[in-house]
Design a binder for this molecule. Sequence first.
Ligand SMILES: C[S@@+](CC[C@H](N)C(=O)[O-])C[C@H]1O[C@@H](n2cnc3c(N)ncnc32)[C@H](O)[C@@H]1O
Length: 336
Amino acid sequence: MSIPAPDRILQTGLAFWSSKVLLSALELDLFTELAKAPANLNALTERLKLHPRGAQDFLDALVSMGFLERHEGQYQNTEETALFLNRDHPSYIGSILELANHHLYPVWGRLTDAIKSGKPQHDFADGNEDVYSILYEDDDKLAQFISAMSGVSKTSNGCIARQFPWSHFKTFADIGTAEGDLAIQVALSHPHLTGVGFDLERIARFFNHNVSQHALSDRLHYVSGDFFVDPLPRADVILMGHILHGWDMGKKQFLIKKAFEALPEGGALVVYESLIDDDRRENTHGLLMSLNMLVETQGGFDFTGADCCSWLEAAGFSGTRIEHLQGADSMVIAIK
Ligand SMILES: C[S@@+](CC[C@H](N)C(=O)[O-])C[C@H]1O[C@@H](n2cnc3c(N)ncnc32)[C@H](O)[C@@H]1O
């Protein structure tokens, strides 16, 4: 009979150590600095303005975690960090980690209060404000959040562009598009499509800038609106990425109904999230994402594929099916 070991308990209980080392490395722009050229301890200590006391342990912790390499005293990025954590590289995904470092890390520090009270844990959480109206009051936080959305969604967006049967459709609308990464990836892969990004008015400049950088302004357009107030743009395919999980049950149903109304017969709704497995015991990321909605929003929660299919069918959709995208993300496809 094997005796249980405490290793996993300790690893999880202290996981914030390694998490914070990675987040601080990003905050210090270490990976971007090393993308210019490998450097030794002294050079990095000076360039990043580190105190000598912790510098070597910090850098070697990153080596041991597999985020840096060290050869003959010279530190350099790994293939992974060079690709994803160098701010100057097009595949940079660090913006979600920047959001985690500045915003989520302190808010998650109050998780116990959230679990006991059922309330979000921002400083403003006692009011009834929605998280966006507060986050978007500050230009820097807005820019960070919008770019973080592309960081967290980029890989799944690429899967949706490849996996969904786009050849059957001509138009699409991405609801809550942020800076339009999904719309751009879909349009780049399928030149016959035209699309709309729909989001709050304050996001327009981020979307338009991103779209023009990809020379897609002739096929992708922005429509400003509030999805709780304004009609959704009409299109053959409506996409909702990480939208429904941010809201309570009534608002989820309201948005699904609006999507149904905006689609033609035969049109498709694609909902994509970190769907929780139906038995609620395997997709840890999906379950933690739901707790993230607890600390972040007034009533949001994540859900299983079966939950989502049943809500879509209740709204009149048929032919619902679930397809895995990558990592913890899956999409639910439903036909009107
Ligand atoms: C969690 S982000 C998801 C962004 C993107 N779809 C993705 O998956 O990366 C939610 C998006 O919904 C937008 N949003 C929030 N409330 C909205 C509202 N009332 N009307 C329209 N868009 C809204 C936000 O501005 C944000 O871009």
